[in-house]
Design a protein around this ligand. Structure first.
Ligand code: NDP
Length: 282
């Protein structure tokens, strides 16, 4: 039976550490502020943004949500970004994705000042991540995943890692981070042939697909570290991951649950990046 990697507990510990740092900066007269831009009325986005607000409050970061109408003109959104770039009281800000179709996501993300890009999705941040050792911001979900893998204490160097999914938010950056830790990487995606055989080679398997319970127990190498990024609804409407957890935990060495695995880490890393942005500025 695999050991459960408890993302909820790990994220609580990180938040406690950050709370001390926030208090320390406050003593120096620095009140950290994070702004989230929320465009439109996507219910999932609204929920995520309210989680972020709550998390900020819990550790003493001021948070503000800038809401824009779903039909907002791109220019209006760009003007808001410009204003936040120039606002000395704002240490970091992010745009909640996905955006309404008429907006150019890349253009908006790349308008954020790189030193305030706490979500780490600016082209500059992504480039710095690939180069490594550059002081950018690592996107939150992959940064959280890496923390969880390291928390198992396994040696990553020389291991085979398979990442299923190649999105800019999860798949590509986690592959880069694992490569920096000297793992040998395979990135699989929807055109990958014989996915089961590819996954079975993995000492570390990261599933970032968005398909409920697609990774079955027979696709997992016994003893592997399995990180489930997926957030899906099963046939009964219950939240579940990309991995068929109940069968997979019998084969894996370590495994993240959904909920309570990667999800809480994403928010913890947003807070971490925001504190980092303030520290760099101080
Ligand atoms: P995307 O939809 O952007 O990417 C999904 C990836 O999975 C694509 O690369 C796609 O391949 C690949 N894929 C789809 N179907 C298959 C298949 N049958 N076999 C192999 N690969 C496949 O998703 P995201 O990366 O944004 O998110 C992935 C999941 O993680 C979602 O469930 C999302 O909700 C969740 N998520 C969770 C977060 C958290 O905090 N817990 C944060 C971010 C995401 P191709 O490129 O060929 O289309």
């Amino acid at each position: 039976m695999g050991q459960i990697i408890n993302g909820k507990a790990r994220s609580a510990a990180i938040k406690e550490e950050l709370k001390q740092k926030v208090a320390g900066l406050k003593k120096k007269g620095i009140q950290i502020k994070l702004v989230v831009i929320l465009i439109g009325d996507n219910p999932a986005s609204q929920t995520y943004v309210s989680f972020k607000e709550k998390a900020c409050k819990a550790i003493g970061i001021n948070s503000e949500v800038q809401r824009l109408d779903k039909d907002v003109r791109e220019e209006t959104a760009l003007n808001l970004i410009k204003k936040l770039n120039a606002d000395k009281n704002v240490h970091g800000f992010m745009i909640q994705l996905p955006l309404p179709k008429h907006l150019n996501e890349r253009k908006l993300l790349d308008s954020i000042a790189p030193e305030k890009d706490v979500d780490g999705l600016h082209t500059m941040s992504m480039g710095r991540l690939v180069i490594g050792k550059e002081p950018g911001f690592v996107p939150c979900t992959p940064q959280g995943i890496m923390d969880l893998i390291l928390s198992t204490g396994i040696e990553i160097k020389g291991k085979r890692a398979v990442v299923v999914g190649r999105s800019n938010i999860v798949g590509k950056p986690i592959a880069a981070l694992l490569m920096h830790q000297h793992a040998t990487i395979t990135i699989a995606h929807s055109r990958t042939q014989n996915l089961g055989a590819v996954c079975r080679e993995a000492d570390i398997l990261v599933a970032a697909i968005g398909r409920a319970k697609m990774i079955k127990a027979d696709m997992i190498k016994p003893g592997a570290v399995v990180i489930d990024v997926g957030m899906n609804r099963d046939e009964n409407g219950k939240l579940c991951g990309d991995v068929d957890f109940s069968a997979a935990e019998k084969v894996a060495g370590y495994i993240t649950p959904v909920p309570g695995g990667v999800g809480p880490m994403t928010i913890a890393m947003l807070l971490k990046n925001t504190v980092l942005a303030a520290e760099r500025k101080s």
